[in-house]
Design a protein around this ligand. Structure first.
Ligand SMILES: [Zn+2]
Length: 334
């Protein structure tokens, strides 16, 4: 049994460069359940986790159907009108109607992310690793008008709805600049996260924001080790600590302005399943909501634990808002 065996690893951390007290451990592919073993390293300096060697054949580990590249779902006209109306009110956060509506409906997550970045609906938005553009289509429903996605693994570029273009391209191919460059659970898949942050920074308009939603080293890593579901070996190449992200951001001319935690019970029940050798796509798994590994009570307890981890900052998923620290005029501003 290789799992959870640890040993000293001399290689430098790719995040902070630290070479002392780095420890290696083995993690298994458990989403599809091949149980293939991959070496990871926990940095003794910044606490980030990283795959020891980037696999040469990464595409093999994504398999068919990993990405949802079908046409993104579009809601009916009445629903779209309602969304539009809700956004009209909520995007003026200090107004009386917004505060009243918030009390009844809460703030839908995408509006919260953008409102917190101080953006209006005319903001120019880029989604890196957008897949078919589901997040962008949702934002279009709220009335955002300038929405671009890039994903090099798309079969082809397309325009799912008016105002949304999704390009078969990488961040480095984009020549324009944006008020918001966002990564929704794509950052941990990148071979070179520092290069991506630099590319994002270079494409920010003055006052712009980089938004990153990603797994982050927290309490569940310490509890579950190699069985922590957010490791997702070998697809998650770098799972950063908050300190690790701050180091990379600084080197890219960015600084973390705000952090919120947004994990769910998934982090707990997924890790518990891995500990019991049950892959995410196993018929017994709770992935599609019909698993039988845990009782309803246990599933509710996992959600309660997740809420507590979000509240105390120990959660394994976070949202980071970053701003530029560089004064120079961006070369590619349009
Ligand atoms: Zn490090």
């Amino acid at each position: 049994m290789h799992v959870n065996q640890r040993s000293a690893s001399p290689e430098a951390c790719r995040v902070c460069g630290n070479t002392s007290d780095n420890s290696g451990f083995d993690a298994r592919e458990m989403m599809m359940g091949t149980r293939e073993v991959f070496r990871y390293v926990e940095c003794g300096g910044c606490g980030s986790l990283q795959i020891a060697e980037i696999p040469a054949d990464l595409a093999r580990h994504y398999g068919h159907g990993y990405y949802s590249f079908g046409r993104p779902f579009r809601s009916s006209l009445p629903k779209r009108l309602a969304k539009h109306l809700v956004a009209s009110v909520l995007m003026r956060p200090d107004s009386l109607p917004a505060r009243a509506l918030e009390r009844f409906t809460g703030v839908p997550a995408p509006l919260h992310w953008l409102r917190t970045a101080g953006l209006g609906r005319d903001a120019r938005i880029l989604d890196v690793g957008s897949g078919a553009g589901e997040t962008l289509v949702s934002l279009a429903g709220y009335g955002f008008r300038s929405l671009t996605g890039v994903d090099p693994f798309l079969p082809e570029s397309h325009e799912p709805v008016r105002g949304v273009r999704v390009l078969k391209a990488g961040l480095e191919d984009v020549q324009e600049s944006f008020d918001l460059v966002m990564f929704h659970h794509s950052f941990e898949h990148l071979v070179d996260p520092l290069e991506a942050l630099r590319a994002a920074q270079a494409r920010l308009r003055p006052g712009g924001t980089v938004l990153i939603r990603m797994p982050v080293v927290g309490a569940s890593w310490h509890r579950y080790g190699a069985d922590w579901v957010e490791l997702d070996a070998p697809r998650h190449l770098h799972v950063l600590s908050r300190a690790g992200l701050e180091i990379l951001a600084d080197r890219a001319g960015l600084a973390v302005r705000r952090v919120e935690y947004d994990t769910t019970g998934f982090e707990l029940w997924g890790s518990e399943q891995y500990r019991r050798d049950i892959p995410l796509t196993d018929p017994r798994s709770h992935l599609d909501g019909d698993g039988d590994v845990f009782t309803e009570g246990e599933m509710r307890a996992f959600e309660a634990t997740a809420r507590e981890l979000n509240r105390t900052g120990g959660a394994g998923r976070a949202i980071f808002w970053l701003g530029s620290t560089l004064k120079r005029v961006n070369a590619c501003a349009t």
